[in-house]
Design a protein around this ligand. Structure first.
Ligand code: HSE
Length: 403
């Protein structure tokens, strides 16, 4: 019998317990052993909770219990999680987590500790919710040199953008629904300001390129400045706006960024709506492979957590954890050196635009004021773009990304 402890009983924690007990018999067959959840660490009192007999408020009870071989961290954040995960690994227990903040900030260190103690540190649920991406990238695609990863990695913002684009719903109302559905972070600014996407693309980049990419070094923009005017102009050029995280190999270096971007309708990422995520991985042997599914929510995320529990339970006494190096960040190309086409909406006339940007593609929308002008530039370096924009009354701008 393998005993498990679940740290946290919020959306993902309760989903994990639900999926575990719903499918327990089948899971045990897959694990080749009996399994049970012995503890649930939760600070709240939940007297009506079905599994209340397993509840404890004392982490040390879990840490010091030799029966526990897998600790599942679904608390989120760093404050408690980092210490709990680190001490669990050091105590010889495997850890499964859905915590992207933890993996993005401390992944290299925790993977090293896991290896040193011959246990596993798994985090399939940290990226893409229910979409299998970490293990496929680490195992099934390992024959490839990965040249590019680009994805819609945040369910909340994709849900909000879809509601705005398809139903003309206001930002705040759409965010409220996303929160009610359990998609958003406790502090949803991490979703809408792009940080959650940034953490996820950092995890994928670290895995694909073998070096820890820290979120602090990555240029990150969210979706709060997007307007329905921008949506309309993009429609006129057969495109949609999506929050994209990308990591792209350029020689020995990589370009990594999180930004809302204009995506042409013929891209596989353009039709990804609501809470769905999609991750495009470009390998030198496979070409493009796209992973698609629900990127947030209780049961999809729990699916990834429970699958990791099975692998961890099966792999007791053997470290199957992945690895990436903790090194300087000089392999990350400063974003100002990158080049893109840009969509721009400005208060300006066409002549002024052409005198600054040269030849551009002008766009139109119904009801646009006479002094408003929207256009797409030719590919231009970020620093040069910023400089040119300082001569123009820019109302909004987005990168145009082609996938
Ligand atoms: N807040 C995250 C999202 C949860 O909306 O994608 C899943 O990581």
């Amino acid at each position: 019998m393998k005993k498990i402890a679940v740290l946290g009983f919020g959306v993902v924690g309760s989903g994990t317990v639900e999926v575990f007990y719903k499918n327990k018999e089948a899971l045990e067959k897959k694990a080749g052993d009996e399994l049970d959840i012995k503890y649930i660490l939760e600070v709240r009192d939940c007297p009506d909770e079905r599994y209340r007999d397993k509840f404890t408020k004392n982490f040390d009870e879990i840490l010091n219990d030799p029966e526990i071989c897998v600790v599942v961290e679904v608390i989120g954040g760093l404050k408690y999680s980092y210490g709990y995960v680190k001490s669990s690994l050091e105590a010889g227990k495997s850890v499964v987590t859905s915590n992207k903040e933890l993996v993005a900030a401390k992944g290299a260190e925790l993977l090293k500790i896991a290896r040193e103690h011959n246990v596993n540190f798994f985090f399939e649920a940290s990226v893409g919710g229910g979409i299998p991406i970490i293990r496929p990238l680490n195992q099934c695609l390992s024959a490839n040199e990965i040249n590019e990863i680009a994805g819609i990695l945040n369910g909340t913002t994709n849900f909000i953008l879809t509601k705005m684009i398809k139903e003309g719903m206001g930002f705040d109302e759409a965010l409220k629904i996303a929160q009610e559905l359990g998609y958003a972070e406790r502090d949803p600014s991490a979703d809408v300001e792009g940080l959650d996407t940034c953490r996820k693309i950092c995890i994928l980049a670290s895995l694909a390129f073998g070096k820890h990419v820290y979120p602090d070094n990555i240029h990150t923009e969210g979706i709060t400045k997007i307007t329905l005017e921008d949506v309309k102009y993009c429609e006129s050029m057969n495109s949609v706006i999506k929050l994209i995280g990308f990591a792209s190999k350029r020689g020995d270096d990589i370009a990594v960024m999180t930004c809302p971007a204009v995506i042409y309708e013929d891209s596989q990422l353009a039709g990804v709506n609501d809470v769905f995520n999609a991750i495009l991985v470009r390998g030198d042997a496979t070409g493009d492979v796209v992973f698609y599914g629900k990127g947030a929510g209780k049961l999809p995320t729990a699916s990834a957590v429970v699958s990791d529990i099975i692998v961890a339970a099966k792999s007791e006494n053997s470290s199957k954890s992945m690895h990436w190096e903790d090194c300087g960040q000089d392999f990350i190309i400063p974003y100002k050196k990158l080049s893109n086409k840009f969509y721009v909406r400005a208060k300006a006339d066409r002549k002024a635009v052409e005198s600054i940007f040269g030849e551009v593609r002008f766009l139109s929308r119904d009801g646009a004021p006479d002094d408003e002008c929207a256009f797409v530039t030719h590919p231009i370096n970020e620093a040069e773009f910023e400089e040119k924009c300082s001569d123009l009354n820019v109302l909004g701008s987005l990168r145009v990304l082609e996938y």
